[in-house]
Design a protein around this ligand. Sequence first.
Ligand SMILES: [Zn+2]
Length: 93
Amino acid sequence: MNAPQALRNMRGPGQLVLQWQDGEHSLSHARLRGACPCSQCRAARLQGNISLVRDDVRVVHIQPQGYGVQLVFSDGHERGIYPWVYLRDLSAR
Ligand SMILES: [Zn+2]
């Protein structure tokens, strides 16, 4: 999975905009937080705790990881590494 051509973080509206080869998609920060792929969040979702995500959570830092990005959220959570293929999949849904 190739990286998007561009990645733009819009903290005001809370949107991460990904420019893929075939078009632009935006994902809300709350959606990304709720879809965090780390083991801790996966376990929480299995227990039905996904509603704990706040709408005003924001991506405050993006750390490139080669095959994707690590997202640091305003609630202090920074364990999630989002592979490009996962972001692409979230965009498509
Ligand atoms: Zn997580």
